[in-house]
Design a protein. Structure first.
Lengths: 426, 395
């Protein structure tokens, strides 16, 4: 860096126009060539025209409050309809006085979802959050829950006893203590019940009026179907994925057949099957709730898709991981739970969120078998003859709500993909 | 299992309950047994229930008279026809929507995907927001919205908008004139097929000539001329019959001509805009996956941006694009079943009516699943063949 020119004769050139400032940015990104400039101008004119006519309809000429649909005639968007019907769109036919319950349930579910999004919560705390949150959600929605205390006590005794038997030789003292406590709680509970201290085998918690699932509607239904559909589908999706990668020919064949069958048919056909065929499959007299039938169809469907996502994660693992686990003398169960799944599942968290977005949207199909999800509630809000003739307003409002959910989840999934890959990126 | 892959033929002698092979078979037999037990439980329950509710079984009902109207049909159909024919009409409608949807959403999706990579900031942003808006809202909602807009925004048949004096646009759809049936039409169809075959032959010949001599040949113009020209020549030779069936207002609706129904338009439009958002992302990531040197090399050779895209980037990106594109094609086919929600008579809608009339749910659900599985397998087979054809030929 030697400067040959004497200090007095130095020429200070201005920076190139192209690089600096707003003008430079415009020139580089919008007017870099004649073709580009024409595209920009045409697009700008089109965009302005579209935006101005939309704003004219949606804001300037819109009617925000009106006694009925007639008052909106001749004006722009009739947002008064949303103002009138928003509670019906969000909560469906849930008893009007009690609608604070689904509202609270939605908030609990959103809190669970948002807290699960935080990576600092990814430990046993999450189990507690989901256990308590799910209990609250369903308590709020149903109003009354019977806890099968007897079943829980016997299960605790059985699981604790099995744990003590099977893990007695290998486990750390802390783990053994855990199994012992579980078995002790079960045993003490059963003794107390037999002695008559506990009044009944089931514990009824009934703070509110009971509301059947047929009265549920709107956003809580969409959230419950998507969240719990995927939650229950997850373990069996993992099993299907492991089965598809297994060396055992019969298991592999069964899993491939099942996954491909489910993925080859539309969700609607499964929903129709669940609504008309499930009653035929069960012993006579046993009737399942329509909501549960839809949930079963969603679970069956989601399992196959989750299995394929997880298979992607399993295939992405280097072969050395499997071989190293074998070389350590781990058995299949240990190898899978300690080595393979923790790594494979970590890779597939972002695509799993995308699957969740897909199912959040696809649960709208349950309206075909007559369940009141968010979209169906919006649809039913149009039926009112007092407000006939403004479908676009209602659908745009529903689209906006769906968009907020799906868009934020897709952004989160993108962020997480970068965040989780920090270790491997250079 | 990894133990026996060490190559030694002598496996250590272990007790049968510790032998992984024996264990594997026992485990499989148990699982298959449990699945069989579940299947037996379901089947026996179903048999009981069917017998108690006196529901017939078997596929005899397919030969009975269907008795319901179908609004849109590619083959002659009347309510006096059988259920089998009604279901066939539904299947053809599903195929029509799927094929048209696949073609249109591929074109639109590719344009938007390339648009997202445009150096023009405004164009790129508009394409980005198109993708975000359309893929983050359920397809069913789009279908409802488009259907309602079409059926509410357009006037009734009596106030139909007259387009070019021959077509009528109303909330019953777009009515347009069609030629009356004529014996020359099958021959024109044959001419079209021959023209397409000839166009492929010309393309091959031109490619070979360019490889050998370096001389380009106006392939696209020639092919269009052949494909359009041959049927035209046949038509002229047949005496140029030009009797048309014109749509005319009779009573409450139009008679004559042909119609594109609002249900069909809404379904096709919804499927295309929704799926094209996904395809745009696939195309974009396929192009981004290419080495940057490819586009730089194309620019260094003096190719324009369009030429570089068409001749250098897209053919290579196709290898990345085709597998995820296949699953989008499959999903558009499956999503066409949402037709039932806006009243377009596709396969699921036709079968659903049949279920309600005959009560034979199982047979009908089997028909739906078999039909979709066949179509899905057909599309996958075709796309796998195509994928192999364009795969990188390595030495």
């Amino acid at each position: 860096m030697t400067d040959a020119t004497p200090a007095g004769e130095r020429q200070h050139l201005p920076p190139p126009i192209v690089d600096g400032g707003a003008l430079g940015w415009l020139r580089k990104n919008l007017f870099s060539s004649w073709g580009n400039a024409i595209t920009t101008v045409v697009l700008l004119v089109l965009l302005l025209w579209l935006l101005s006519s939309f704003l004219d309809w949606a804001v300037v000429n819109a009617v925000w409050t009106a006694p009925n649909g007639q008052a909106c005639r001749g004006h722009g968007a009739c947002w008064a309809l949303i103002h009138e019907k928003y509670r019906f769109i969000f909560f469906g036919t849930f008893p009007y006085q009690q609608q604070w319950r689904p509202l609270l349930a939605v908030m609990v579910m959103l809190a669970m979802l948002v807290s699960s999004a935080d990576r600092r919560m990814w430990n046993t705390r999450l189990l507690w959050i989901w256990g308590i949150g799910s209990f609250l959600t369903f308590l709020l929605m149903f109003g009354q829950i019977d806890i099968p205390l007897g079943l829980i006590l016997f299960a605790a005794l059985a699981v604790g006893g099995l744990g003590m038997l099977l893990r007695g030789a290998a486990a750390q003292p802390a783990e053994i203590a855990g199994w012992r406590t579980l078995a002790a709680i079960g045993a003490v509970g059963i003794v107390l019940r037999l002695a008559g201290v506990l009044p009944a085998w089931s514990l009824a918690i009934a703070p509110f009026d009971y509301v059947e699932t047929s009265f549920w509607g709107g956003l809580p239904v969409t959230l419950i179907l998507a969240t719990y559909g995927l939650l229950f589908a997850f373990p069996y999706g993992v099993l299907l994925a492991l089965g598809r990668r297994s060396d055992l020919p019969l298991i592999k064949g069964l899993c491939i057949g099942f996954i491909e069958l489910i993925r080859g048919v539309p969700l609607i056909s499964l929903l129709i099957m669940a609504s008309v065929m499930l009653p035929l499959f069960l012993p006579s007299g046993m009737n399942i709730d329509k909501f549960l039938r839809a949930l079963i169809a969603v679970i069956l469907f989601a399992g196959a898709y989750i299995a394929e996502v997880i298979r992607g994660g399993l295939q992405a693992l280097p072969k050395g991981q499997f071989e190293a686990a074998d070389a350590m003398g781990l058995n299949y169960f240990q190898k899978t739970t300690l080595i393979i799944l923790p790594q494979a599942l970590r890779v597939v968290i972002p695509p799993l969120i995308n699957t969740f977005i897909g199912f959040f949207k696809d649960t709208s199909l349950v309206l075909i078998i007559g369940i009141f999800d968010f979209l169906n509630a919006a649809n039913q809000a149009l039926v009112d003859p007092n407000w006939a003739g403004y479908p676009s307003e209602v659908y745009l409002f529903a689209a906006f709500v769906y968009f907020c959910f799906c868009f934020s989840m897709s952004r989160y999934s993108k962020y997480l993909e970068i965040e989780l890959n920090k270790g491997t990126r250079r | 299992m990894a133990v026996e892959t060490l190559g030694s033929s002598t496996r250590p002698k272990v007790a049968p309950w510790n032998d992984p092979v024996v264990r594997g078979w026992i485990f499989q037999i148990v699982v298959v047994g449990l699945v069989g037990l579940l299947a037996w439980f379901l089947v026996s329950n179903t048999m009981d229930n069917l017998a108690r509710q006196k529901i017939a079984s078997g596929y005899d009902y397919l030969h009975h008279e269907a008795g319901f109207q179908i609004g849109d049909s590619m083959i002659p159909y009347s309510p006096a026809d059988t259920y089998a024919r009604a279901i066939l009409v539904g299947l053809l409608n599903t195929l029509k929507v799927s094929v048209l949807g696949i073609v249109l959403c591929t074109i639109l999706g590719t344009l938007i995907g390339i648009g997202r990579l445009s150096p023009n900031w405004l164009l790129a942003k508009i394409c980005e927001w198109y993708v975000e808006i359309f893929r983050n809202v359920p397809l069913l909602l789009w279908l409802f919205l488009f259907y309602k807009i079409i059926s509410e925004a357009f006037p009734g048949p009596r106030q139909a908008i007259n387009v070019l004096g021959t077509m009528f646009l109303s909330n019953r759809g777009l009515y347009f004139p069609v030629p009356l049936p004529d014996p020359i039409h099958p021959w024109m169809g044959l001419g079209l097929l021959v023209g397409i075959a000839a166009a492929f032959a010309v393309k091959r010949w031109a490619g070979k000539r360019q490889d050998a001599t370096g001389q380009p040949f106006p392939v696209i113009r020639t092919c269009i001329a052949i494909v359009v020209g041959l049927p035209l020549v046949v038509w002229l030779l047949g005496g140029a019959p030009h009797q048309m069936s014109w749509p005319a207002l009779k009573g409450f609706n139009f008679q004559g001509g042909s119609v594109i129904q609002p249900e069909f338009t809404a379904l096709l439009f919804g499927l295309v805009v929704y799926t094209s958002a996904f395809i745009a992302e696939i195309v974009r990531s396929g192009i981004l996956a290419l080495n940057k040197g490819q586009s730089e090399a194309a620019a260094a050779l003096g190719l324009s941006r369009g030429q570089a895209m068409r001749l250098v980037l897209l053919p290579q990106a196709l290898r990345v694009i085709v597998p995820p594109m296949t699953s989008q094609y499959l999903s558009i086919t499956k999503n066409s079943s949402l037709a039932i929600a806006i009243g377009y008579p596709d396969l699921v809608a036709a079968v659903n009516v049949t279920i309600n009339q005959t009560g034979q749910a199982i047979e009908n659900v089997v028909i739906i699943m078999a039909a979709y599985l066949t179509v899905s397998l057909g599309i996958s087979a075709f796309m796998n063949w195509y994928n192999k054809r364009i795969a990188l030929r390595e030495r």
